[in-house]
Structure formats: C-alpha cells, structure tokens
Design a protein around this ligand. Sequence first.
Ligand code: NIG
Ligand code: FE
Length: 412
Amino acid sequence: MRILIKKIKKLVQTEDKPKLKVSGKQMAKIGSIDNAYLILKNDIIEDFGKMKDMPQIEGNYKSIDASGKMVFPSFCDSHTHLVYAGNREIEYNDKIRGLSYEEIAKRGGGILNSAKLLNDTSEDELYEQALPRINEIISQGTGAVEIKSGYGLTLDGELKMLRVIKRLKETTPLIIKSTFLGAHAVPAEYESKQSQYVNFVINDILPKVAEEKLADFIDVFCDKGFFTVEETDKILKAGAKYGLQPKIHANELDFSGGVQIGVKHNALSVDHLEYIGDEEIKVLKKSKTMPTILPGAAFFLNMPYSPARKMIDAGLPLALASDFNPGSSPSGNMKLMMSFASINYKMTIEEVINASTINTAYAMNISKISGSIGKGKKANVFITKPMPSLEFFTYAYGSNLIDTVILGGEIY
Ligand code: NIG
Ligand code: FE
C-alpha cells in the first residue's frame, strides 16, 4: 500500500546522499524542498521531489493533500527513562521550596524513590503505565526512542524494566533501543558499600541482561555523588565483553571526567554536559562520540546550560534529547525541547532540527534507517498543521503543530 503526500509546502530534512550525522557549520544547513511530494511504500520512503516532477502512481494508493503544511522526518529521542512507576510530583514541591537535585537524592528521594515504587510494581502494571507515555510521544512526533533501565537497582527490578522495554519494542510502532543503566544510583541496601554494588551490577545483573539479550547499549551515571570514573571504567569494560556500546550520563553535576571515560570506551554518546570546558571539547573532537544535551532536564532542575554554541562552533556535532523521566524531565515533547534549545542554547531552527533527527538517530545507531527524508529509509514522518515558516515550529512553543503522524507507513 502506498501513501502519496502532495502539495507539501516544505518537505524538511531531505537528503540526497546518505549521512550518519552532521557537525559544526554543517548543522546550520538542512536539505528541504518547497512545493513537494512524498511517496511512502509500505513502511519505506520510496520517492520524493518537487510537485512538477511527481510521477504517476500505478494501482491503489491513499492521497493526502498537505497544502500549507510541512512534512518532517519523525524525531529520534536518543535519551529517555520513560519506563517508570508512579511519578515524583511531591519532590517537585521540594524543589520549588529550594532543595537541590542532590539534596533530594541524599534524603532518599530522587532515583531511589522511583526504584522503591518500581520494585513494588508488577511487570504488567509497569507496561500499562508506560503505554500512555509512548502514545503521547507518538502524537508529539517521535518515531524512535531510546529507553533506559535504572529504576530497578535490583536483579529482578532491572530485568523487569528491560523486559517491559522489550515488550514495548514488540507492540508499538516506534523504533526502540534499550539501554542497561544498572549504575544509575546506589540502592539503600548498599549505602556505604558502593564498590559492592558495582560488583553486583557487573557480576550478577549484567550477565543476565546479556543472556536474555535485553539491552542494546550500556549506561552509567558518571557524576559527582553518583559513580566515579574508575567505577565507570570497570562497568563499561564489563559491558564491552558482551558487545554493549556505551551511552553515558556525564558532566551534569560537575566536571566529572565522564566525557573522557566515555570517549575512551568509544561511547556512542555522552549526555547532559552542563559542565564542559576546552579539555572536554578537545577530547570529543578526536572521537566518534555524539555530545548530547538534554534541555528539558536543565530547565526543570534550573541547572546551568551546556555550552552548546561553543561545542558547535568548535566543529562538534550535537544531539538533543528529552531525558523523559519522573525526576528531572517529566516530558518527552521533542518540539518543546527544540524550543528550549533555541532560546536557552542559542541554536537556530536548522541546528535544532539536525540535533533532534539525524544526530539523535546517530546516537541510537539508527541513522542508516531514520533521522531524515531519504529513499529507502523507514516511513516515519509527520505532517504539521499549516505553518507560515519553518521558524514558526519552535517559535510557537506552546502550540501543538503536529497534525498527522505516520509510522512505518501507517497513519496514527
Ligand atoms: O538523566 N541524571 C541522572 N538520571 C536522570 C534523572 C533520573 C531521576 O531523577 O529519576 C537524568 O536526569
Ligand atoms: Fe537521563
């Protein structure tokens, strides 16, 4: 079955030659075609071009008139924790009253609060709680998402989370990648015995995760008050034995050395990056690692903003993801993240589009099949409401401008 989308005001993020990511000055450019058509055949992008060159389609097809509207490739959200139990709006009150993220964590709140809830929640219930979040991000234009474990912090809890992610992979139209984040926080039972917990992650949880093939990647929260560089090194080495490439939490709370250790282990991405100096930029420049900012978390926790402009101006690529989680970013709305990135990080519309499509696809190792409008890529796109200009998309930051979502060639 084919879908023809015709009279598209602007077809956004088109590519002639396949590329895996864009860096530096290239980030300020996106391919686009005005007055365009797009043909989807089953779950693949078959053809696109200018209306005047539109071919005749043989056989049955569904036609959509997109006059005045734009078509984007679906967003790839390369960093989320969207499988979790309950919410943490109580801590949100604490935060408003002035407690910091670290202070909340020290009081047994934060990640440990979610871990307690998660261990008391059944696998089915956890799946049921995740589904509305999945449906919400689909309606907000996301077509691919990475989801982490890390609220279990027990053998059963971590496996439960990863099995739920696996079930979401099998039952939803999104492209989903899963990441094992056993080293997200030290559980209460291991208080003052952090090295024992690290050994437990490596010797008891990781082999089971690998045996059941539950993870695509491995993550560690390498930061002040969480896991050290040495512990991160040990965990990533163990992950490599099972073929798990790292994507790590780094430099959110301090110059933690997280970027350096991530690059040393050929991490696919290093994420957060509120604390980035010349040294980190130098190390990233020599690597294939995708620096990733999470503007929702910085907004929600009132943190200093990552020096995104400086990184792009130094020639680095940059990705931007939602970090959807109950503690530091209770939203997976990528359009909103793009607006945050434009205003708070001084990124142009072209830069935020590259950062949330092709570069996040790279950070999930899927840029060969997603992240742009290219022939042979997966038919994951959305049609906007009528828009006067491309800039309008992030300018109208509170408006829902997504009209029709198509994933795998099906209309949602
Ligand atoms: O990416 N920084 C570490 N982990 C999450 C927050 C998790 C939580 O607070 O529940 C993050 O912000
Ligand atoms: Fe995170």
